[in-house]
Design a protein around this ligand. Structure first.
Ligand code: BES
Ligand code: MN
Ligand code: ZN
Length: 496
């Protein structure tokens, strides 16, 4: 999708469709509907329906053809809800909904007016990012797929041209990177093996100028990654340890941000096999890994002055004659011994060694992302990802990045009490902690491997895949956490 800015009066913009936001200033039962742009021509064109058909209700759309006094062929009014609640979070959804609504009507381009309210830069960012989110569809392999896409998006803005152009370009990089992640996550496991995932990381790295190394079983064993190998040993597909490095000239030696992703390209559960019902979804168990690949892409293009290392531990989790079994003891790279209680708790095993390796490579701050537990879905549902941190300062910084990115995550605790649940009788630690607080005990397990390095863990099991389609986003991979992680990395460059 091409994106460009226009500083013309909306009435003068020649486009297939002009999109304007309608808000409701009213309180409680009273409504007071108005256009979120002070412009006489658009106002006149919308006058007949404002307050009647167009009520300003969030995501409500009213399409007018051949609007009087406008050069645009159509005028789409889209409701943004109550003025008080309207922010760039809502604006992202409106842009996504405009894209989805218009492309399904076979339109290929439109122009959206930045509404008065959020500052102009935030508005441009929200519209571009939201539009990219809306433009993605997951029906890749349908023979009769109409590749309906918006090809051209114009944003009608007011403000400092150079500054807004800059915001637009950055938002485009972020939007494209998020969709790149979603493409990777959408692929089924026969078309997205660890080797193929690594090939995508290599190709992307070449394109944007990152160093990328991919290691196989030999190196994994040589590094003594017994936890990672314990999972990988059960599969005929070779595992891949993907290491991407961003080391810009002029960046300080420290900090070094480490991004570690769970790259299980298919999770059968292993010997502790999962039930058949819904198992097909476990192709998205590499979403955390794909996220880190996409985030590295954006970082390479946005060029913050800070070192970042991206690590993806990619393997299948399979039952086989070579697979690890419950009761087995694995020695992790850090030297800790792990009693395997359930081979379906494999994510924490590959991440344990990923985190240790990141520390060995000199990372001073760590973030991991993983579709780690069903329990986080029980705790938080589909609206919020789970976020954990062993350090309040790093959490505060991540939280800011999260709001800037318009993503929702809810912090869960890591109190010492929970450690009881993963104590083993025979080894240092067990890989499961029983029924209660499953997202937390999984995070407690990881905490043992982050040790004293400031660390954040994102459990995206409930949020990486949209179970239903929404007006602003297709069913399928969501690309959650991509934008927050990019903002977080950029913040690192300004923060010493
Ligand atoms: N990949 C799953 C977690 C998952 C569940 C992701 C649902 C997406 C949707 C993970 O490897 C897993 O199987 N976790 C187990 C852990 C248990 C055995 C302690 C779980 O959540 O049931
Ligand atoms: Mn599992
Ligand atoms: Zn898994």
């Amino acid at each position: 999708m091409k994106t460009n800015l226009s500083f013309s009066a909306p009435a003068e913009v020649e486009t297939d469709c002009l999109v304007a936001v309608v808000l409701d200033r009213g309180e409680k039962d009273k409504t007071d509907v108005y256009l979120a742009i002070e412009d006489k021509s658009v106002q006149q064109a919308a006058a007949d329906v404002l307050g009647t058909e167009a009520t300003g209700k969030m995501l409500e759309t009213t399409l007018l053809h051949k609007p009087a006094n406008l050069k645009a062929k159509r005028l789409l009014l889209i409701g943004g809800g109550k003025t008080k609640k309207f922010s760039s979070l809502e604006l992202r959804k409106l842009a996504g909904a405009a894209v989805r609504g218009l492309k399904s009507r076979s339109l290929r381009s439109f122009a959206m007016i930045t509404p008065d309210g959020p500052n102009a830069g935030d508005a441009v960012t929200a519209i571009v990012e939201g539009a990219f989110v809306g433009n993605f569809d997951s029906n890749t392999y349908q023979s009769d797929r109409k590749d309906q896409q918006i090809d051209n998006l114009t944003i009608i803005a007011r403000g400092d041209q150079k500054n807004l152009q800059n915001e637009l370009e950055e938002a485009r990089i972020i939007g494209e990177s998020q969709n790149f992640v979603r493409q990777l996550v959408n692929e089924p496991s026969n078309r997205m093996t660890p080797t193929i995932l690594a090939d995508h990381a290599k190709k992307m790295s070449e394109e944007v100028g990152l160093k990328c190394e991919v290691y196989g079983a030999d190196k994994i064993k040589e590094l003594k990654m017994g936890a990672f190998w314990g999972v990988a040993q059960g599969s005929d597909e070779p595992p891949a340890l993907i290491v991407m490095r961003y080391e810009p000239a002029g960046a300080p030696e420290k900090p070094v941000l480490g991004l570690v992703g769970k790259g299980i390209t298919f999770d059968t559960g292993g010997i502790s096999i999962k039930p058949a019902d819904g198992m097909e979804k476990m192709k998205y168990d590499m979403a955390g890994g794909a996220t880190m690949i996409g985030v590295m892409r954006a970082i390479a293009l946005l060029k913050p002055k800070v070192k970042v290392i991206g690590i993806v531990c990619a393997t299948e989790n399979m039952p086989s004659g070579k697979a690890q079994k419950p009761g087995d003891i694995q020695t992790a790279m850090s030297g800790k011994t792990i009693e395997i209680i359930n081979t379906d708790a494999e994510g924490r095993l590959v991440l344990a060694d990923g985190l240790t390796y990141a520390r060995q490579l000199g990372c001073t701050h760590l973030v991991d992302a993983a579709t780690l537990t069903g329990a986080v879905v029980v705790a938080l549902g589909y609206a919020n990802a789970g976020i954990f941190a062993n350090d309040d300062a790093i959490y505060e910084r991540f939280s800011k990045a999260m709001s800037k990115a318009g993503e929702k995550m809810w912090r869960l605790p890591l109190d010492d009490e929970y450690k009881e649940q993963i104590r083993s009788n025979i080894a240092d630690i067990m890989n499961t902690g029983g029924r209660w607080g499953g997202a937390i005990t999984a995070a407690m397990f990881l905490k043992e491997f982050a040790e004293d390095t400031p660390w954040i863990h994102l459990d995206i099991a409930g949020t990486a895949w949209m179970e239903d389609q929404k007006a602003w986003i297709a069913k399928g991979p969501s690309g959650i956490a991509v934008r927050s992680l990019i903002e977080f990395a950029r913040d690192f460059a300004n923060h010493r």
